[in-house]
Write a protein of this length. Structure first.
Length: 227
């Protein structure tokens, strides 16, 4: 009989309750590298005993700006994200308390009126462009995963996502990519790969499945199992 996955004393089938604290997995990489998809696959592997926190919900609220100011703002710079609040929320979860977090709308470039509540869980997956940028936040992460995918592939994925899911025009996506996305990737995101414990390239579903296997094994290696 196959054993259920375990993390720091937890049987992840929910039958055992003793645990030291949350295990934090950071998933970083360029725009449209597959961070959200991989995070969902990891969460599915642990059958609901993992919580995903997206850095995207921590964009600063820009609803006070004019439509033109929101359009020209550089959203690809770390300063666009409230990394301090993200760190505060993760620290709260690590100490065993629930936290109130914002939710962000890419259509309005502002925070939604209703937020979301996160509770401590056996595994906390933190995914986003800049989760390796904040030194104290980086120290909270027990396992840091960086996705390496070629620029051309990520651009195609980004166009599809932003046009189909976020209601943007092709021109606006390409203009942003040339003006800020690519330069900020080269300046901030790619250099952050030096902090990764695991580099992974995910081009298709087979790569994703292999990545989940690799990551779950790393988690197993880094945690203490209870007999």
């Amino acid at each position: 009989m196959q054993k259920s996955p375990m993390v720091r004393g937890y049987h992840l089938d929910g039958k055992s309750r003793a645990v030291d604290d949350c295990f934090f997995v950071g998933v970083c990489g360029g725009s449209a590298s597959g961070k959200s998809h991989l995070s969902r696959k990891i969460s599915d592997f642990y059958r609901g005993s993992a919580t995903i926190i997206s850095q995207d919900d921590y964009y600063h609220d820009n609803s006070h700006l004019t439509e033109y100011e929101r359009e020209i703002k550089n959203y690809d710079h770390p300063d666009a994200i409230d990394l301090g609040l993200l760190y505060k929320n993760l620290s709260g979860l690590k100490s065993g308390v629930s936290v109130e977090a914002p939710r962000y709308s890419f259509e309005s470039h502002g925070r939604m009126s209703t937020g979301q509540t996160f509770f401590p869980n056996k595994i906390i997956i933190v995914e986003g462009l800049f989760v390796f940028q904040h030194p104290e936040l980086r120290q909270l992460l027990d396992l840091k995963v960086f996705l390496t995918v070629d620029h051309d592939i990520r651009l195609i994925r980004r166009i599809r996502r932003d046009v189909e899911e976020r209601g943007r025009s092709l021109k606006s996506v390409l203009d942003q990519y040339v003006a800020t996305t690519k330069p900020m990737h080269d300046e901030f995101i790619e250099p952050a790969s030096q902090y990764a414990d695991q580099l992974i390239s995910c081009l298709d579903s087979k790569d994703m499945d292999s990545a989940v296997t690799t990551i779950s094994q790393r988690i197993s290696d880094l945690t203490t199992e209870v007999n």
